[in-house]
Design a protein around this ligand. Structure first.
Ligand code: PMP
Length: 312
């Protein structure tokens, strides 16, 4: 039975319940994060960029006018505690901030804010084969809304409706993942991943001024690409919008995300990208990413939160 951290207590999952009347369930004002910890292979493990994820959680909450009922250091300890309680080294953490006072209020009510943190094992989000050989994607008719009609910089529960429908549609059509355009018709991102393409050594990803979530894996990938430009064959890095034409004529394309890690894209709507498999720069960046998160290469000190000693 999984153990959940709820408002400061560790509870068996069956007791970690919210009310059917919870405001967040009805209206979608809640914020969350997806965080991974990695087994470093020597009995120790570390949570990757925990402070950055918790900072984004707090930013998302502030964007929604929610005040976190716990300080970030408390949530930081709680994340480690819940991994330990579930006996996980390689783990996926899901903190969620929600409003609930077990009464049906209207839109204007603002019930108390709560925090729950779940942890579970979660292997390759888009499949082991996807990590190795690339995945097949579908450009959805659902769009990633722009700044005028949504809050794309925040991870808000209610904002995942269109990405969920886009992803389900892509799977029903036989693809692995959806791509969503922005209001200008450029390809913004996946349902839960940022997008990169490579052409003639130029690595390109939409800028954070686009309606994308400013992904932490996106930032880590840019860091790796800058640090090892020569090794990876990166001649230039551009943060610019990506058109459909650029995507289908790219040499390589890949997704980045905490869950997706670095997953090659081998096809868009039945058109192969490059040679129709995982590209060499993608695989080199993926290897460097796994070395980084598993503690086998240098990283800024605050990127890793070790916790091996606490695991029971
Ligand atoms: N875009 C969206 C819409 C997402 O949900 C995610 C996952 N959090 C990402 C991009 C990737 O962000 P990160 O690398 O921080 O996980």
């Amino acid at each position: 039975m999984a153990t959940i951290w709820m408002d400061g207590k560790l509870l068996p999952a069956e007791q970690a319940r919210v009310s059917i009347l919870a405001h967040t369930l009805h209206y979608g004002v809640g914020v969350f994060e997806g965080i991974r910890s990695y087994d470093c292979g020597d009995g120790s493990a570390s949570v990757f960029r925990l402070d950055d994820h918790l900072q984004r959680l707090e930013d998302s909450a502030r964007i929604c006018g929610l005040k976190l009922p716990f300080l970030l250091p408390v949530l930081r300890d709680a994340c480690v505690e819940v991994l330990a309680a579930n006996g996980l080294l390689d783990g996926y953490l899901r903190p969620i901030v929600y409003q609930d006072d077990a009464r049906l209020g209207g839109l204007g009510s603002s019930p108390p804010v709560h925090v729950g943190i779940a942890a579970q094992a979660w292997g390759a989000y888009l499949g082991e084969d996807g990590l190795k050989n690339g995945i097949r994607t579908h450009i959805s008719a659902y769009r990633r809304s722009g700044l005028g009609s949504s809050l794309p910089k925040a991870k808000i529960t209610g904002q995942y409706v269109l990405s969920t429908l886009a992803k389900r549609e892509a799977i029903a059509l036989g693809f692995h993942e959806a791509l969503l355009m922005d209001d200008d018709g450029c390809i913004a991102e996946g349902s839960g991943e940022n997008l990169f393409i490579v052409r003639d050594g130029v690595l390109k990803t939409p800028p954070t001024s686009s309606p994308i979530l400013p992904g932490i894996t996106r930032a880590t990938t840019l860091h790796l690409a800058r640090r090892g430009a020569e090794t990876f064959g990166v001649s230039e890095i551009r943060e610019e919008p990506i058109t459909r034409g650029e995507l289908v004529t790219a040499d390589e394309a890949f997704f980045t995300g905490t869950a997706a890690e670095i997953t090659p894209i081998r096809e868009v709507d039945l058109q192969p990208i490059g040679k129709g498999g995982a590209g060499p720069m993608t695989l080199a960046l993926q290897k460097a990413y796994f070395e980084l998160v598993r503690g086998r290469s240098a990283a800024p000190a605050h990127w890793r939160t070790p916790f091996g000693a606490l695991v029971r």
